[in-house]
Design a protein around this ligand. Sequence first.
Ligand SMILES: *Cc1c(COP(=O)(O)O)cnc(C)c1O
Length: 379
Amino acid sequence: MRPEVVAAMMPVFTEHFGNASSIHWFGQHAKSLIDDARQHVAKLINAEAGEIVFLSGGTEADNLAIRGIAESQKSKGRHIISSQIEHHAVLHTCKDLEKQGFEITWLPVSRDGLVNPENVRGAIRKDTILISIMHANNEIGTIQPIAEIGRIAAEADIYFHSDGVQSTGKIPVNVKDLGIDLYSMSAHKIHGPKGVGALFVKKATTLKPIMTGGGHERNRRSGTENVAGIVGFGEAARLARLELMQEMLRVRELRDRLEAGLKSQIEFIHVNGENAPRLPNTSNIMVDYAEGEGLVISLDLKGVAVSTGSACSSGSLEPSHVLTAIGKTPDEAHGSLRFSLSTMTASEDIDFVVEVLPGIVARLRELSPYYKGNSGSDH
Ligand SMILES: *Cc1c(COP(=O)(O)O)cnc(C)c1O
């Protein structure tokens, strides 16, 4: 977390401990802190404060958006349009709805990781109730043509949800211009605390709550508010908005320098999604003839934390569904590394990675039975 975020949260644990639903001063003060945070989060995406629902994070935001619309609209239809590269919070939620009798169209993406808006238009049916396409992808950073999809959704009068967890605070977002009805956000992706997020719900959207109880958050999400978390989210959102333009340029330059530096020193690597519009802070690099896990562990020993294109589930290495969807083989997915930069990344951090990674790759390739046989061929 950013130190400013921690500083904003501390007094909530010690002095301003009221329950925002209480009438007494302590409660009303907590409520005013939540109101301020709601303004900051709303401003970051050009929404009204009354359109922001605080909840436990991006996962819950995706669940509330998708299940909330599915439940409220199921008398009109049971068809949902989504994509093959969604975050698991959307993917598994839609898969669960499939089991309950909803039908999902899973749109493919191009080799650069982009959904074609014309495919969205083509998938619309009379019984389509929701389109859920993420704004920016969490693995490769590609930015989807959300404005066009929003226009198509509006023309067809279908609700449009976008998972904005990666894009919020990283690129300018204007939910009004983008034609979005529901937008998911999470504090910990912008140096806020974990376990708190928000869902933008456009005015007059009918949404069935998934959490029932005391009717908090204007009946959209029951449960005593996580005041400290919300205040931290508000401060992170305020800072992200203040610094957005300048940080976007600074971080993009660092990212580009990282990619150029690695390309100039390591053969047989390439950047996934390179030709698509991308977030400034994400770089997904495919390293041929090297094992992702080995790269991650070697970099970790140097103090560099990255992730790879596979998730270890039940002991077997599952290639990432995102890299698979852009046409990578399981081997290629296993050899992909994701670097995430942020406002806390410094120029020296980039220099360090460019200095140590070539040696690590060379060492791992020495162990690869394919490398020597294939080096020199056009792979
Ligand atoms: C991190 C992330 C989520 C989940 O958010 P949590 O706050 O961790 O639950 C959802 N979608 C995307 C695109 C993400 O990157």
